[in-house]
Design a protein around this ligand. Structure first.
Ligand SMILES: [Zn+2]
Length: 116
């Protein structure tokens, strides 16, 4: 294995850090831009539904996690340690940490599917 081999994406992959993170005016999503690529939209509903925090993980395990979050908005976002975003949602949930590497992987995925 060489140091330059294509390794699996790390949570802390600096190449995944976007050049721009924009909250839509309606607060219904984020738009991330990497370099000269076209901006990639991420819907707030899909982001909320894919939250991997301990609370949401437990709710999924207990089958109490909602199937959808219609109309949910992003109320606040903050950079976390230069590798992720902490998103606050209009349902009051503010625990989710979303690594840029996860955004990057979803951006590379085919179609608009944003399931975890
Ligand atoms: Zn969560």
């Amino acid at each position: 294995m060489t140091a330059h081999a294509q390794a699996p994406t790390s949570l802390f992959d600096l190449d995944a850090v976007p050049d721009e993170v924009r909250l839509t005016a309606a607060r219904d999503g984020l738009v991330l831009t990497w370099g000269a690529e076209d901006p990639i939209p991420f819907a707030a509903e899909a982001l909320r539904a894919s939250c991997r925090c301990a609370w949401c993980t437990r709710q999924r395990a207990d089958n109490r996690f909602p199937d959808a979050f219609p109309g949910i908005a992003i109320t606040h976002l903050a950079l976390v340690a230069d590798y992720a975003l902490n998103l606050h949602f209009s349902d009051g949930h503010a625990r989710g940490i979303y690594p840029f590497s996860t955004f990057r992987a979803r951006a590379a995925a085919p179609s608009a599917e944003q399931n975890p």
